[in-house]
Design a protein around this ligand. Sequence first.
Ligand code: F0G
Length: 458
Amino acid sequence: MELPFAESWKIKMIEPIRKSTREERETWINEAKNNVFQLKSEQVYIDLITDSGTGAMSDRQWSAMMLGDESYAGASSYYNMKDMITRITGFDYVLPTHQGRAAENVLFSCLIKEGDVCPGNSHFDTTKGHIESRGAIALDCTIDEAKNTQLEIPFKGNVDIKKLEAALKEYGDRIPFIIVTITNNTCGGQPVSMANLRETRILANKYGKRIIFDSARFAENAYFIKTREKGFEKRTIKEICLEIFSYADAMTMSAKKDAIVNMGGFIATNLKEWYDAAKVKGIAYEGFTTYGGMNGRDMNALAIGLDENTEFDNLESRIKQVEYLGKKLDEYGIPYQRPAGGHAIFVDATKVLTHVPREQFPAQTLTVELYLEAGIRGCEIGYILADRDPITRENRFDGLDLLRLAIPRRVYTDNHMNVVAAALKNIYNRRESITKGLKIVWEADLLRHFTVELKKVE
Ligand code: F0G
């Protein structure tokens, strides 16, 4: 008999979690104005709001924290981190920041001016926010197939080369850089193929443009290249990572994902002029160039986390769990963005709550339903997160409306996944009776989903 798959680690420390009653949850979600970001964590049983900063560190990471060097300038922890980043990415200049959006803020403040256009593949909301708040446009050039959730193709996060070339022709000098997100979070944790990264590079060279990789989940992307793209089967994840980054001029990184730390980020590049410009902004916004918003101990943990999570076994354990949840939903017929993503399952809310009009935000409605059903906290990646169009101020309904179930790294077991799937099945069984959604009673101008207040439509 072939032995079944099991994780490449065992558990050394646990954290208790607690169930609640439906009555309790009704009170709490009311108090939270139907926004799960406003819940207290102890009001949540299984927390799938994000895979960002929520992973479990290894014993090696914890022990490296004890050796953290907290010197203001020139800390050995900075050099541990920098050397690991250089080894994995090939980039020599490394500027720490406190998290990914801070890396975007520092780098974009050197590169973007009003009226610019930044083409890319489904920019993440903070990335879009940092572009739009500078009076520039985040132009989505993702392949159209990404919008068909039921289509199963291996690299659904790819850049549409034709759309990108049209943008390069149309906007010319207004384009300061192209930004490619690996994996593509907003369209379902979907990867970008090496062939597509290479083609994007060739096109950028043709038009004399720079490329930035938004790299939060680059190691998961490398896993998909190894397991899905011809010619990479025998290459190690670290070898694949080096080739990936050979196609970029710079990277912004939220280390809270694939470096498995609770806080941290960085910019890395080989362009001295970009580094020199960014370090000035970095010092002003984040801190000196060898800590930039991070503790020495956190930089040490980041170095080890990157090393561990660019090993196949660790990535396989993680991605197989996401797949496991996907297979459970298949069993129950619940539609999600196919194939299962690297960090999350994205339930296609418009296909589940077919009676809730888009103006009443089906994915947010499903997020609230799932919380009420079992205390499970997912997150809307849909019409609310899309914010309003900066010019027309209309809601943007042209993207997908998804409930994201993001799975923290090395935290939950497959038994937890069974509970999540069963709770969704219960909702799916009574979906015909859910006909009313939510309406916004207060919202911020930008990044509204964190603080939006909603009311049930009567
Ligand atoms: N880029 C991508 C692709 C992301 O997914 C995120 C964060 C960021 C940049 C910003 O990084 O949070 O460290 O400032 N995504 C989290 C999420 C918040 O839940 O998907 P950050």
